[in-house]
Design a protein around this ligand. Structure first.
Ligand code: NAG
Ligand code: NAG
Ligand code: NAG
Ligand code: NAG
Ligand code: NAG
Length: 840
């Protein structure tokens, strides 16, 4: 493009100069200075050619004016640009000549039937008696190429063909032809074509005018022509695959408007280099300017909706061929009343990702829970009478790439047009965008709005063109457990469900479960259907089928990391939203009859929750197997002890197991408190740590004392290792040391005789354990169960509590028994002494 027009400022100055110069007193009469000024166009170097009265004036890019000596025409002169510095002058009687800027004649008098200036003003073509001559300037000299073209005479219909217009294209000649049957045809030939016989293709409903342009992108040369039809529409024609051998080509055409635009007067089509076409027309008494950017936008793609710029001119200007386009692609318009010069370049529609150039912008990122979407348009809009245009929002599943409908809503009901008429706001339910880091698509039906000042309805946005992404979100590690809720079938659904066989009912439930998970959306594994039964609805007076839904917490593999509470709320809103809007639930046989008024109701049934929890627990085989194996081992150990030595305190096996389980339980519970950062964590740790230290203290004291005791020193020397291990374990509960004097299985290791002092210490240690560990831990667990939202309705929580209670009760009973025995027999400290006294 021209070096002169580097930026907007220089072109604005230039435009202003145009006005000043045109209104110069020496040039102008005393009347309206614009009355007789007519811009012819701009040369490649930016020089403008203006016709004022009957003379020609040049305005150089630096603003200097220059007059071209007057040429006398017998009748009216018509002027055309020819680059780099020539003017073609034609007279009304089909005679032409070429002059240069000094007014010297370069080419004298040539006669023609038709004349066409090349699309880039770099050559021109004339036709005379089926002989075509192209003129162009090479090194300041005129070069002439003449060809004699003809139609294939073997076709009868070709005999009546008459050439109506010719186009000098970049490297070819385009020709429009009419037949006596009022049909129009198109033909195209390259200058270097081997055959001189023209091939024709019909132009549908051709009325003219028309213009053609060459699009050469990546060496793929295609031609586009734009014409007006008899029904006042604009048709765009694409020509490609032009053969050099036989002049054949492929021609396709498309309407540029969906509806009748009804131009009232003349239509002017201008070429915009490297853009396409600029069309001037009037409709509803207003001048309209439509720019078709064929270099950028694929107008043949049915999924592509295009836009154009429309002036709503309240000056009610007459329309005339009054636009010319500067080499830098700025379009300048000189108005009859001289009020302003208009720069159209910023109005060129660009291709955008939503493939709808009527639309200026749409959001591509929204937050989770967004309730509005705003579309901004290029031109003022208003609502249509169309009532069925829907807006559909889809969700794309990351793993399966499946595209699932979330909401479908009628624009009529949910769209609001802004006060300035340039934007549209769509109300959407909060549930629509409910997943983080996810892709959504919005699809809009055609005719959802129309132009306020025009008879144009705006096409919609086709599927997958408008992409919306949601931001990432990290869900916190809550104390999460499964949640139960009930949903219901409506009466139609209940009736249909009733008819199914039991196997089909199960299949139905499972499909419903899958559909629900897909639509929430949540991993299939997190949704279960536990139960289904009738429920009597008081208001309706009918029995309806109710399903107990279980929502499980996320695990590390879950795509949806939302808590059970959030998933519950999502499902509930999804069902309730379906009351008024279409969702995917409505399209599926297994979910369409869910009772939408009922939604998803929380099931506050502790028994059902325990049952579900037990099912969960049983379903998780690992734990079950470990527990059963442990129980069997303990039982075997007990019977083995009994078999070996009936008189031993074999029951100690259970006591030891209980102490170990209690210790594991306490630690697990503390870890749980830590993960949910509960306030009970610190007290819980303190009440585990303090007795622990105390127990270690006791154990060491006992062993120190016993080693010094001569009776037991031999035994201690033999069993120092197991005793050391037991000492560490006994920090959980000092009473564990009783395994050594339990006489279990009659083994020597288990048959030490502790001194009364040791027994005393163990007894008091055990007592302190109750006070400082078991009781506080039990209290903490009960406090937790009362305060926590999840309570004790799952099996692990229940199990923990039960173990704590058992340990506590066993310890208390044991302790009371010892105290009781102590009182009865002053000499005896504990049950073990009593036992041994009996034994020996
Ligand atoms: C026409 O051109 C297109 C590419 O523009 C090509 O794909 C197609 O095969 C061509 N058709 C013929 C008949 O040559
Ligand atoms: C819009 O959705 C409604 C309800 O689903 C449907 O009845 C109507 O046909 C849809 N409109 C179009 C144009 O598809
Ligand atoms: C967001 O999604 C993309 C792909 O869908 C994934 O690669 C990325 O890791 C996700 N971001 C986070 C933080 O999970
Ligand atoms: C559905 O529409 C009805 C009537 O217009 C209204 O009362 C109800 O609140 C709406 N429901 C939802 C979930 O918006
Ligand atoms: C839903 O049921 C109807 C009739 O029972 C059947 O024709 C249709 O294929 C079913 N649709 C789906 C998605 O299963």
């Amino acid at each position: 493009m021209s070096v002169i027009f580097r930026n907007n400022t220089s072109s604005i100055i230039f435009i202003v100069l145009v006005i000043i110069l045109i209104s110069c007193p020496p040039i102008q009469t005393k009347d309206d200075p614009f009355r007789n000024a007519k811009a012819i166009g701009a040369y490649d170097d930016g020089t403008i050619l203006v016709e004022v009265k009957d003379s020609l004036r040049l305005i150089y890019p630096n603003g200097t004016p220059h007059s071209i000596p007057k040429i006398h025409c017998k009748k009216k002169c018509h002027y055309h640009l020819l680059n780099p510095n020539y003017v073609i002058i034609t007279y009304d009687n089909n005679v032409g000549m070429i002059i240069d800027w000094k007014g010297s004649k370069i080419l004298k008098r040539f006669k023609y039937d038709k004349l066409s200036i090349g699309e880039k003003n770099d050559k021109f073509l004339i036709m005379r008696h089926n002989e075509f001559t192209e003129y162009h300037i090479e090194h300041g000299k005129i070069v002439k190429i003449t060809n004699s073209l003809h139609f294939d005479k073997s076709h009868k219909e070709h005999k009546e063909h008459k050439i109506t217009e010719i186009f000098s294209l970049d490297d070819a000649w385009g020709i429009t032809i009419s037949s006596e049957k009022k049909k129009s045809f198109f033909s195209i030939i390259k200058t270097e074509s081997k055959s001189k016989t023209l091939t024709t293709e019909e132009l549908e409903d051709f009325a003219g005018p028309s213009k053609c342009i060459t699009k050469n992108k990546n060496n793929d040369i295609q031609y586009y022509c734009l014409y007006r039809t008899h029904t006042h529409r604009l048709k765009l024609v694409n020509i490609k695959n032009l053969s050099l051998n036989d002049n054949t080509f492929d021609l396709t055409s498309t309407d540029l408007f969906q509806s009748d635009i009804s131009f009232e007067t003349k239509t002017f089509i201008h070429i915009m280099p490297n853009v396409g076409f600029l069309v001037e027309a009037t409709a509803k008494l207003n001048p309209k300017y439509y720019i078709f950017n064929i270099f950028e936008i694929d107008y043949f793609d049915p999924n592509n909706a295009f836009g154009e710029w429309i002036i709503n001119n309240n000056d009610n200007d007459f329309i005339d061929d009054n636009i010319f386009i500067l080499p830098n692609n700025k379009a300048i318009q000189i108005r009859k009343n001289g009020k302003y010069v208009n720069d159209l370049s910023s109005k060129i529609p660009e291709n955008n990702q939503y493939k709808n150039t009527h639309i200026k912008s749409v959001p591509n990122n929204v937050d989770i829970g967004t309730t509005t979407l705003k579309i901004t348009f290029l031109n003022a809009i208003t609502s249509t009478t169309t009532t069925a245009a829907n807006i559909s929002i889809y969700y794309k599943n990351k793993n399966s790439n499946e595209i699932i409908l979330r909401q479908k809503l009628l624009c009529k009901k949910h769209c609001t047009i802004s006060d300035d008429d340039y934007s549209l706001t769509i109300d959407i339910p909060k549930i629509t965008f409910n997943m983080p880091n996810t892709t959504y698509y919005v699809e809009i039906d055609d005719d959802f709005v129309k132009y306020k000042y025009d008879l144009i309805t705006i096409p919609g946005i086709k599927k997958e063109n408008w992409i919306i992404n949601t931001p990432d979100y990290k869900y916190s590690n809550e104390d999460d457990k499964f949640k139960l809720g009930n949903l219901r079938l409506n009466s139609i659904g209940t009736e249909e469900f009733d008819k199914l066989s039991d196997a089909d009912k199960d299949y139905f439930s499972d499909q419903m479960r899958i559909e629900l998970s897909k639509n929430i959306p949540v991993d299939y594994s997190r949704i279960k259907i536990n139960d289904k039964k009738y429920e009597f609805d008081m208001t309706l007076g009918v029995n309806l089928y109710k399903f107990l839904i279980q929502i499980d917490p996320p695990n590390e593999y879950s795509d949806n990391k939302k808590s059970t509470k959030q998933v519950f709320e999502d499902l509930n809103s999804l069902i309730i939203t379906s009351q008024n809007l279409t969702t995917n639930l409505d399209y599926n046989n297994y979910t369409k009859n869910i009772d939408k008024d009922y939604g998803l109701k929380e099931a506050s049934d502790t028994l059902a929750e325990l049952k579900a929890s037990l099912n969960n627990f049983i379903a998780d085989r690992r734990y079950l197997i470990i527990i059963i194996v442990c129980l069997i081992l303990i039982a075997m150990l007990y019977f083995y002890g009994r078999y070996k030595n009936k008189k031993g305190t074999n029951i100690i096996v259970f006591k030891v197991a209980l102490i170990i389980i209690d210790l594991i339980n306490d630690i697990r519970f503390i870890i749980k408190l830590k993960t949910i950062s509960s306030g009970l964590f610190i007290p819980s740790v303190l009440f585990l740590l303090f007795p622990f230290i105390l127990n270690v203290f006791f154990a060491i004291a006992i062993f120190k004392f016993e080693i010094q005791n001569s009776i037991n020193s031999e035994w201690f020397k033999n069993y120092i290792k197991p005793v050391a291990i037991a000492t560490i374990l006994s920090s959980g509960d000092i009473e564990l040391l009783h395994i050594f004097d339990s006489n279990f299985g009659g083994f020597k290791i288990f048959s030490v005789k502790f001194s009364p002092k040791t027994l005393n210490l163990i007894f008091w240690g055990g007592f302190l354990n109750i006070i400082l560990e078991n009781l506080p831990q039990l209290v903490i667990q009960i406090l937790y169960a009362i305060n926590s939202s999840s309570g004790i309705n799952d099996v692990t929580a229940l199990f923990t509590l039960i173990i704590s209670i058992i340990v506590f009760l066993v310890s208390v009973i044991e302790c009371s028994y010892h105290i009781f025995m102590n009182n009865k027999n002053e000499n005896h400290v504990g049950i073990h002494i009593v036992e041994r006294d009996i034994k020996h």
